[in-house]
Structures are given as C-alpha cells and as structure tokens.
Write a protein that binds this ligand. Structure first.
Ligand SMILES: Nc1ncnc2c1ncn2[C@@H]1O[C@H](COP(=O)(O)OP(=O)(O)OP(=O)(O)O)[C@@H](O)[C@H]1O
Ligand SMILES: O=C(O)[C@@H](O)C(=O)CO
Length: 420
C-alpha cells in the first residue's frame, strides 16, 4: 500500500470533483470516493478525496461524518488533510464550516489552519477578508437568497468567527503579495496572538501559488478548490497529462439536469437552441403519481443512437418557487431527485456510457442510484468540472458532475467533444 500525500474531505459531491480536478491538473493522481471507502486505495494513488453530503445536514452529524473520513485518511498515512467547502462559503452561524474545521483541528492536535474559498478561475476572490463573486460582494450576489445557506455577510472573518470557538484572523493581500516567507511570518505572528484560523486573501492564481509553499507541513488546510493548485509542488510534483488519463470513451451519451442555477438554465437553453434532443420533467406530474422516469426512458431510448439526450427539471426561480409552494421545498427536491436518479440509472441500463449530471444534490442522488463507489479523475471540461471514470452497474462509465453555477453556456454540447 502506498502512502497518501493528501487526504481530502469534501462537503458535497460536485465540490469533491472540483477539488480533485485542480489536484489532477497540478500533477497528482487522484481518486474520488463516494463516502468513506471500504478498503485501502490502489498503490499508485497520491490523493483520495472523500465526497460527503455534509454541507447542510446538522453540524453534529457533519462532524461525525468528517471525523470518520479523517480516521480513514489517517489510517492510509495521509501526510496533509484538506477540508473542501464551497467557493461561496455556503454555511450558517450553526456551521458547518466552523464546527467541522475545529473538530478536525482537535482530532489532529493542530493549533493553526487557514480558510479561504478563493477560486479565481471561477471568479471567486477574497480581498481584505471579503468574498467577491464576480464583480459583486458575496452578500450582493445570488447567494443572499439561497434557500438553505443564505450568505448575507461578505466579511469572512466575521462569518467564520460566528461559527468557531477559536479566534479567527486575517492574512491580507499585502502579505500574500510579498510571498511565502511573508505569509509564514504572518502565520507565526497570528499564532502568537492566539489566532487559530486565518482567512487568507487571494485574488489571482499567482496569490494561491504564493500561498502553497507556506502551507507545506501544515497538518490541516481548509479551503474551496483554489488552494489545491499550490499544494502538489510541495510534494515535488509538477503538472503532467499522465495524471488525468482515463480509459477511452465509448457508448451512448446523455445529460441529466436537476440544477436550477442560472448557469444551468443557460446551458439547457443553449442545448435546445442547437437542436438538441431534450425532455422536461414536470415535478407537479410526479407529485400526481405519474411515472415520469418511465416516460422519460420511453422517450429517450429510441433517440439515444442519434446523439446525446437531455432530461431536465431545470426551471427558473418563479417556476421552482411555485412548485415549492405547492409541494414543500424538501418534498419537491426529493421527488425530482428520485426521478432523475431513476432516469440516470435507466439510461445507463440502456447503454449510456457518457453521462453529464448537473447539480450537487442531483449528482449525489444519481451517483448513489448508479452504485458508484469511486471515480478516477480525468481531463477538465471547464474550470471546476472534469470528466471522471467509474464502474457502474457492471460496466465502465464516464461521468461529469457539474456544480450548478459552473460551466460555459455550451457545456452540455462541448463536454462530449472534450471526451471524443
Ligand atoms: N423544477 C423544480 N422544481 C422544484 N425543485 C426542483 C426542480 N428541479 C430541481 N429541483 C430540486 O432543486 C435542487 C437542486 O439542487 P442541486 O444541488 O442539484 O443543484 P444546484 O443547487 O444548482 O447545484 P450545486 O449544489 O452544485 O450548486 C434539487 O433538490 C432538485 O431536486
Ligand atoms: O466550490 C464550489 O463552488 C463548488 O465546488 C461547490 O462546492 C458547489 O457545490
């Protein structure tokens, strides 16, 4: 058994592939596990990213699951632990970023770590401790209306302090710009002042690459996926195409989309505008007892040979709110997730071997319905979204799990071109 260089814990499924993607691009051989793996990793793996679904569950449960993942990673000799959360810092005063970070620190006996969701490739930047989404402060972005984790304060020092017992401080951009030595000195100063967790400013990949060397040997790093670009060099690794080699793609193609994010809405519209074969799932009809999964599969099966099909529940916020008002937020989500997961399973049973799934919750449901235990990470389609390869229902399957807000408008078309 080889020793893991990095052991990663991600709080959702698409976030896990986002992190794995950045590590692979920087030269690491990465496997993504769906939940805590049953056995040890293969000898040629540098990193295991354990994907949890712990972002919005009660904090105490997120802590239990994260500690179980930590125990497994430590048993594999992981030399550094990386806790990955969302680049929009999705959390509430109850957690889960703070409680999970502190539980991991306690378990590792570590008195200092960093926290930064910066991901400049996807326009998430941190300056003076404030998170920007594109040109907007987090609190002015669409995240302020998120149903589960509304982000109404862009000051991450304040946001994280509300979730933590330890003192939260800041490594600001003036320090980061001066490079690894200045960052290391600032860490020593913060430690002496009793700070346990420091938000780190980063507005460019250059900042993240300057941060990387200062994190060498730190037992725990907490971040979005951006910080990952600066870590592989600490282990003597350099970017190489070999790390992202997947088996060659074959079989039929499909997209299943349950994300209602604005980026996904544009991607669905673009696919249809190009003449793509698409079928909308109506949550109201599912609630009335219609077997929408069976209907979708009957529609898709004869079309698959002609090219990718798209089955989607993606709708604008007015339509989603109207369904939620009638069915309830959770019930509507669960009905749609179950249906799309059954569609994904049926499509794979009908020969689909290249499958794009849009949405974190939707991806979780589909991957579980497909019985996927682990995924190998391949080439990037767009920042934050790679192709992956898994064993599902007894055969090889190429999978792309797309975060709601990631990807260009033509994502559902171009994803398959990247694989060809
Ligand atoms: N038309 C619809 N009406 C009501 N709920 C829907 C509809 N379509 C999808 N949903 C539900 O909305 C939720 C979308 O969450 P999901 O995490 O899949 O996407 P996202 O939030 O855009 O992605 P991410 O978490 O990666 O940002 C799911 O629970 C899904 O079942
Ligand atoms: O960091 C991000 O924005 C994504 O990887 C994610 O976690 C979306 O759920």
């Amino acid at each position: 058994m080889g020793q893991l260089l990095l052991g990663c814990i991600a709080d959702d499924f698409t976030g896990a592939t986002d992190l794995a993607n950045n590590l692979v691009r920087a030269g690491m051989r990465v496997v993504q596990a769906i939940g805590v793996p049953a056995g040890p990793p293969a000898a040629d793996v540098d990193v295991v990213v354990i994907a949890l679904k712990s972002r919005t569950i009660p904090a105490s449960e997120a802590v239990v699951q994260s500690l179980a993942a930590l125990a497994w990673l430590r048993a594999q000799g992981a030399r550094q632990i990386y806790f990955k959360y969302c680049s929009t810092f999705d959390s509430t005063p109850a957690g889960n970023i703070g409680p999970v970070t502190e539980a991991l620190m306690d378990a590792l006996g570590c008195d200092f770590t960093i926290a930064t969701p910066a991901f400049p490739d996807n326009q998430r930047t941190v300056f003076k401790g404030h998170l920007f989404v594109g040109d907007l402060l987090l609190s002015d972005s669409g995240m302020r209306d998120h149903p589960l984790t509304p982000m109404t304060d862009a000051n991450l020092v304040r946001v994280l302090q509300a979730q933590c017992r330890r003192k939260v401080g800041l490594i600001d951009h003036a320090v980061v710009a001066r490079g690894p030595q200045a960052i290391t000195e600032r860490i020593a100063q913060l430690r002496a002042e009793g700070v346990g967790i420091a938000i780190v400013d980063a507005v460019s990949n250059g900042d993240l690459l300057r941060l990387g060397p200062a994190l060498a040997g730190m037992p725990l790093v907490t971040a979005g996926s951006g910080v990952a670009i600066g870590l592989p060099a600490n282990f003597g690794l350099v970017p190489s195409r070999a790390a992202s080699q997947l088996p060659s793609a074959q079989g039929l193609r499909a997209v299943v989309s349950g994300s209602c994010s604005q980026a996904t809405q544009r991607q669905v519209q673009d696919f249809i505008a190009r003449g793509g074969q698409a079928l909308a799932i109506d949550p109201q009809r599912i609630a009335e007892g219609a077997d929408m999964a069976a209907e979708a599969l009957a529609w898709a099966t004869p079309l698959l040979a002609r090219g990718p099909v798209l089955v989607y529940s993606t709708a604008d916020s007015a339509a989603v709110q109207s369904v939620q008002a009638r069915l309830g937020v959770e019930a509507a989500g669960a009905l749609v997730e179950r249906t799309l997961a059954a569609v994904a399973r049926g499509l794979v049973e009908h020969g689909v071997r290249q499958l794009v799934v849009a949405g974190g919750e939707t991806s979780g449901a589909c991957v579980q319905a497909l019985g996927v235990a682990q995924m190998q990470i391949g080439a990037q389609i767009d920042p934050g979204v790679p192709w992956c390869h898994a064993q599902a229902l007894g055969g090889g399957l190429h999978l792309a799990l797309k975060s709601g807000n990631f990807g260009g408008d033509d994502f559902f078309t171009r994803a398959f071109e990247v694989l060809a």
